[in-house]
Design a protein around this ligand. Structure first.
Ligand code: NAP
Length: 292
């Protein structure tokens, strides 16, 4: 049976480390802070935002949520961001996605200060990641890398197959893992809907990362024995429980766990680690800004 790579357990460990770092910053007179901007009342976004700000508070990171009505104009949102960018007491800033349709998300990501961009979505930070320069790295790819490293599965020299090329998971993760750098240096194949013979490629993976957004899309016959699997997917599927649904990942967990050396579960895998990487980026922002 495969080793379970528990994101929940790793997140708790890393949060203890971050708590110490936050304490040191506070003692030096810098109270690390995270500001989340939430436009509208999307129920899932409200849950995510609460999870982020609650986790921040537990670590001694001051957090606030700026709530704006669903009919906020792009200009109004950009004015709010301008004020937050220029407030020296604020460190991490993120705008919760998705945004209402009248607002262009790209213009918004361009408008978060480069030094406060804890989601790592600013196109300049994305470019720095590709160039191998120190920058904010998007939280989910950082979570995947940390889960591998802290479980003893260094990607160095491994064939990593990533299924999914989104700008928040697959593409930045591929940039990270191909770097000639510690914790990376992998040979990376990125698959998507244009990929022919997907299973032929996934079967070659030493490490398989699934970020597809389709319940249990990767089946047991699509991986080789001894593969290490990180499942990024979070999908709701109907069941007979009281809630009426359960969460499943992008891989068929039971089938793959029989063949894999290690696998991350859903829930309790990448999700808690993603929030933890947001807090890590917030501490990074506070440290850098307090030195300026
Ligand atoms: P996305 O933007 O919808 O991207 C999905 C990617 O998968 C696309 O590149 C798509 O290809 C590819 N794809 C879809 N169906 C495919 C198929 N049948 N064969 C091969 N490739 C296929 O999704 P995302 O934002 O990256 O998220 C992926 C999953 O991760 C979702 O379940 C999401 O909820 C989850 N997620 C979890 C966390 C977390 O913290 N746990 C964070 C972010 C995302 P094309 O580019 O060709 O369309």
């Amino acid at each position: 049976m495969a080793i379970i790579i528990s994101g929940k357990k790793l997140a708790a460990e890393i949060q203890e480390e971050l708590k110490i770092e936050a304490g040191i910053l506070r003692e030096s007179g810098c109270v690390p802070s995270l500001t989340v901007v939430l436009v509208g009342e999307d129920p899932a976004s409200q849950i995510y935002v609460r999870a982020k700000t609650n986790a921040a508070e537990r670590l001694g990171i001051r957090s606030q949520t700026i709530r704006l009505p669903v009919d906020t104009t792009e200009k109004e949102l950009l004015e709010v961001l301008d004020r937050l960018n220029n407030d020296p007491a604020l460190h991490g800033i993120l705008v919760q996605l998705p945004l209402p349709t009248q607002i262009d998300p790209l213009r918004v990501t361009y408008s978060v200060s480069l030094d406060k961009d804890v989601d790592g979505f600013h196109p300049v930070n994305r470019g720095k990641l590709v160039a191998g320069e120190k920058s904010f790295v998007p939280c989910t790819p950082l979570a995947v890398q940390q889960m591998l490293l802290r479980s003893g599965f260094d990607p160095d020299g491994q064939h990593v197959v990533i299924v999914g090329r989104s700008m928040i998971v697959g593409t930045p993760l591929a940039s990270m893992l191909t770097q000639k750098a510690p914790g990376a240096n992998a040979t990376v194949t990125v698959c998507h809907t244009g990929t022919r013979h997907l299973a032929d490629l996934t079967r070659q993976a030493d490490i398989l990362i699934a970020a597809v957004g389709r319940p249990e899309a990767i089946k047991g016959n699509m991986v080789k024995d001894g593969v290490v699997v990180i499942d990024v997917g979070v999908n709701r599927v109907e069941d007979t429980s009281e809630k009426g649904y359960k969460l499943v990942g992008d891989v068929a967990f039971d089938e793959i766990a029989e063949k894999a050396k290690a696998i991350s579960p859903v829930p309790g895998g990448v999700g808690p680690m993603t929030i933890t990487m947001l807090l890590k980026n917030t501490i990074f922002a506070a440290k850098n800004l307090s030195r300026q």
